[in-house]
Write a protein that binds this ligand. Structure first.
Ligand SMILES: C[S@@+](CC[C@H](N)C(=O)[O-])C[C@H]1O[C@@H](n2cnc3c(N)ncnc32)[C@H](O)[C@@H]1O
Length: 275
């Protein structure tokens, strides 16, 4: 087993859901308004499903009586287990599987819809992932791919990284200096085979009632280095968390609501691509 700081949160789907608050849902709801309503027999892929935000949002908004099926997949076993439990508890027609976005095992021309929600920036080889999305969509099918193009917490986490690890080493994989932007998403989708791509932006607001708790979840998920965690990270864990909290007290895109919650403005870019 690779080294893990003793303070780290061992991630389960519920932690990812808590970290994301309802911003994914807000953006997913918006993206569902950009495409026609689902019809009987639609076959939907929730790719890189995480805790199942796409699956849940689709079923919660589906017109009563419409029979669709969702395959929800993710590379992370714990997240898939959480997604499966969520679908079972709601009796949704969902199959789940641990599956890399670069190696989808579905047949060609399988899905009417393929959602890759807030994952293209972090799933590794995005061109191969886009090729797999394209391959598994039916002709005429719709791919929905979203990314965050503005997230104020990235600066805060990078600050904590530099403060506790110095300026010299590599950045955490999930906190790159060059953010993944609309042009990168378009390029990946084009490399996948898509020609008809429309991009839309949506402002979303992440409410954080307890900044220290959120910093703990964020650092545990996003702070890891390409080489993994180190003893130094354990020694400086509290310093990193305090630094993130301090950085998130104010700044661009950061405000407080009437309850005293911290509110982060996040901007989603949502691509709708047709095969
Ligand atoms: C920010 S989460 C988004 C989850 C969910 N789609 C949502 O909108 O809430 C990114 C997800 O991508 C998954 N992921 C990362 N690399 C992957 C890969 N190569 N193949 C499949 N899933 C991957 C992670 O495990 C994580 O669940």
């Amino acid at each position: 087993m690779t080294f893990q700081p003793k303070q780290i949160t061992q991630y389960e789907a519920a932690h990812l859901a808590e970290l994301q608050g309802d911003v994914s849902e807000t953006a997913i709801k918006y993206s569902l308004g950009l495409i026609p309503s689902f019809a009987d027999g639609d076959a939907v892929h929730d790719n890189a499903a995480g805790s199942g935000a796409v699956t849940a949002t689709i079923f919660e908004r589906l017109s009563p009586g419409t029979a669709i099926h969702i395959d929800a997949t993710d590379v992370n076993e714990q997240f898939v287990a959480g997604c499966k439990a969520l679908a079972e508890s709601n009796k949704w027609p969902v199959d789940t599987a641990v599956m890399s976005a670069q190696e989808l095992t579905f047949p060609d021309n399988n899905f009417t819809h393929s959602f890759t929600s807030f994952a293209f920036h972090c799933l590794g080889d995005h061109d191969t992932a886009a090729k797999q999305v394209y391959r598994t969509l039916k002709p005429g099918g719709t791919a929905v791919a979203s990314i965050w193009i503005y997230m104020p917490h990235v600066d805060a986490l990078q600050h904590a990284h530099w403060r506790t690890r110095g300026k010299q080493g590599p950045m955490p994989v999930l906190l790159p200096l060059e953010g993944f932007q609309e042009k990168d998403l378009r390029k990946a989708l084009q490399a996948g085979g898509f020609k008809d791509i429309d991009c839309h932006e949506k402002d979303c607001f992440l409410r954080i009632p307890d900044l220290k708790r959120w910093a703990q979840l964020a650092w545990s998920y996003l702070g890891t280095l390409p080489t993994g965690w180190s003893q130094n990270d354990e020694d400086k864990w509290d310093e990193a968390i305090s630094d993130i909290v301090e950085q998130l007290e104010s700044g661009d895109g950061i405000s407080k609501n009437e309850k005293g919650d911290t509110v982060l403005r996040m901007v989603a870019c949502i691509a709708i691509a047709k095969k």
